[in-house]
Design a protein around this ligand. Sequence first.
Ligand SMILES: *Cc1c(COP(=O)(O)O)cnc(C)c1O
Length: 394
Amino acid sequence: MSHVSGVHFLQIPGPTNVPERVLRAIDRATIDHRGPGFAALTLEIAEQIKPVFATAGPVVIYAASGTGAWEAALVNTLSPGDRVLMVETGQFAALWSKLATRLGLEVEVIPGDWRHGVDPDAVAARLSDDRAHAIKAVAIVHNETSTGVTSRVADVRAAIDRTGHPALFFVDTISSLASIDYRHDEWGVDVTVGGSQKGLMLPPGLAFNAVSEKALAASRSARMPRSYWAWDEILAANRDGYFPYTPATNLLYGLREALHMLHEEGLQNVFARHARHGEATRRAARGWGLELLALDPREYSNTLTALLVPDGADADALRATILDRFDMSLGVGLGKLKGRVFRIGHLGSFNDLMLAGTLSGVQMGLELSGIAHGDGVSPALAYLANPTPALAAV
Ligand SMILES: *Cc1c(COP(=O)(O)O)cnc(C)c1O
């Protein structure tokens, strides 16, 4: 392979670009995870990570990909044969329901068109019908990474509350955490699932469960078999700054640095930055004349944008051209969207000029691929130069 000069643009919606500060933090000698120096690291992270989930409660950290934290949420709180209500917002929601089925849970799926988020009224209607309270949990994806649709979690919570149904509430925030406003405590979420490689700007390898009091109580009577994922031993060891087994020490160095960076910038500023980049990307899409997969403006994702290519065009060929010519990776169309959709990730360690380069690469790729398009870069740059009125609808 010949050398490719300059910086690779990793504009898939995770893993995201890992900033130098995080790389340098990871690049240190591994220490004894049972020694005194290690406890200070764990205890600092345990406090600094709480505002990222907007919780006062504990956050369990696993050496795993995000999928592990899905499994952890289910096996810690449920019993074999329990009924779980899920909503098919896209590929990730479908994979979570498949995982739950494989674990022996009874999964009931509210079907979806992969262009909308969770309909709060549909969840409420199903829960109202469930007078016997057979449904033990509602599990949804906050930001559906396959479609670029962000569900309105607060509205789903309010809809559940209207029914008075006692089901637990689980939310996957793997591609929204530390990028899009999210509030574990305020929105009454029982388990929030997170991962390291998207908004948290880390390499893959850490996964999270933020856990409510209600979820902890459920875990005491839950009968799903669990060992590696069991919260009780981890939380007990964490109290003194340790883990029951070897943690991913160097990724924890990186996590500490990433948390410092997020707090230095300020979480509200981080959310505003992602909102600005989401809006600029959507303006580019309009300029190109490409259709957004997301149909409801209330649900536009600020961490990624999924775009449909015109009939007869091949999104994978476009992505291959852009990778070959401009050394930029874009997200593939997942599941039934294969070939019809490409996704632009604009999350994590990212700024205006990186977005300008990303959008330029897409526009040149459209040109080279012979896909009819207008100028999307100019309206996006005009917006980035003067992003006021902030996020007004266009
Ligand atoms: C990336 C992602 C996952 C999968 O996480 P892995 O780390 O690949 O296991 C799950 N859900 C959402 C919403 C994601 O974006």
